[in-house]
Write a protein that binds this ligand. Structure first.
Ligand code: FEO
Length: 169
């Protein structure tokens, strides 16, 4: 059994993860509008991962017999001044989520809720990975500069972020 306070906090995190998912759809759409298909693909994939994160919280709440509640998802930004600004926004998003996960872990420890702490450990590790990969991407975008953003596309394609072929009708 977990506390009502913890249940509320975990339900809030569902919204944060879905907000990330939506933010990355919008960011992918921005990159696609610039013809940057590999960057778009990378963020569409990350959007799917964020939805999976939300579902981990949903499944955990169901496992511990608590009510799942999904509040309204805040608006996301869809237009950016540059590729660098878009990727920097993704890093800021991940830094926010890292702080949220850390707060959840602190609450779990405060409440001696070791089951939830164990559940949250996966997210602590995941955030280390996500901050690292988006930081590397931002570094690459800055290194390439606005005139050589196609170098970023080539690097991403070598990493397996192939543009999706749209089905022919
Ligand atoms: Fe679910 Fe990228 O944080």
């Amino acid at each position: 059994m977990i506390s009502n306070k913890m249940t509320g906090a975990l339900n809030e995190q569902i919204v944060h993860e879905l907000h990330s998912s939506n933010a990355y759809i919008a960011l992918a759409g921005y990159f696609d509008s610039l013809g940057l298909k590999a960057l778009a693909r990378r963020f569409f994939i990350q959007s799917d991962e964020e939805r999976d994160h939300a579902m981990k919280f949903v499944n955990y709440l169901m496992d511990v017999g608590q009510q799942v509640q999904v509040a309204a998802i805040p608006d996301t930004k869809s237009v950016f001044a540059s590729v660098e600004e878009g990727v920097a926004a993704a890093l800021e998003q991940e830094e926010r989520v890292t702080a949220q996960i850390n707060d959840l872990m602190a609450l779990a420890h405060d409440e001696k809720d070791y089951a939830t702490a164990s559940f949250l450990q996966w997210f602590i590790d995941e955030q280390v990975e996500e901050i690292a990969t988006v930081s590397e991407l931002l570094q690459l975008v800055r290194l390439a500069g606005p005139d050589r953003v196609l170098m970023v596309e080539e690097r991403l394609m070598r990493m397996g972020f192939e543009p999706v072929q749209k089905p022919t009708e």
